[in-house]
Design a protein around this ligand. Structure first.
Ligand code: HEM
Length: 183
């Protein structure tokens, strides 16, 4: 190889090598970004953040005048305890069991306690979905709705919630059948 040729090759390598190296890093970075985006998309698909229907009514309207009723339920802690009994009742009920068997039961219990606490003027924040979105596609009919209320009543009785307090809560839940019952 002549000196000129060697020099030319050295120059070429000196300029081309960093570019080539940079391209390799970029390609790696690109691959990483693509992988990140893929993982993010996967996560988003699994994400159960509220899918809010802008036309659905407030799922947890607060009634500050019902604050004493919340005390009858034993406050927020009382509601958490009630949900354990309620969910156990739902799961063992012939009609309700199939609806809840494959649901995220811990999440549903937490959302229900939040929702009831907010409705009963406890100042709790309801972080769940609206009633229309969360029950869409479940095929709930009126008899299913009534049965759920019965199972809730059994749980409230077991927790010695006064009859009047039970009815105060149920009166606020009853109109929700419009969003929940679809059959
Ligand atoms: C007044 C009556 C009802 C209230 C207040 C209520 C409330 C709720 C709440 C707060 C959630 C959680 C929402 C979320 O995941 O963000 C939920 C979920 C659910 N509810 Fe209801 N519900 C009622 C009636 C019913 C009835 C009658 C059924 C079935 C017969 C039912 C079946 C379910 C199921 C299966 C889920 C879980 C859905 C999922 O994991 O995607 N609910 N409900």
């Amino acid at each position: 190889m002549t000196t000129t040729k060697t020099l030319a090759l050295a120059c070429l390598l000196a300029f081309a090598a960093p570019t080539f190296a940079q391209q390799t890093v970029s390609a790696e970075e690109q691959a990483m970004l693509e992988e990140e985006a893929r993982l993010e998309a996967e996560e988003a698909a699994l994400d159960d953040t509220p899918r809010l229907d802008p036309n659905a009514p407030d799922p947890a309207p607060a009634f500050p005048e019902l604050r004493p009723v919340l005390e009858d339920f034993g406050g927020r802690e009382g509601l958490d305890r009630l949900m354990d009994t309620f969910m156990a009742g739902l799961l063992t009920d012939e009609r309700m069991g199939p609806f809840f068997a494959n649901s995220d039961q811990e999440r549903v219990k937490r959302q229900l306690a939040e929702q009831f606490c907010a409705i009963l003027g406890g100042g709790c924040e309801y972080s769940g979905r609206d009633m229309k979105s969360s029950h869409a596609g479940l095929g709930i009919d009126r008899a299913d709705f009534n049965r759920l209320v019965e199972v809730l009543q059994v749980a409230m009785n077991e927790h010695k919630v006064p009859f009047r307090a039970q009815n105060n809560l149920l009166a606020k839940l009853a109109p929700m059948h419009r969003e929940i019952v679809t059959e």
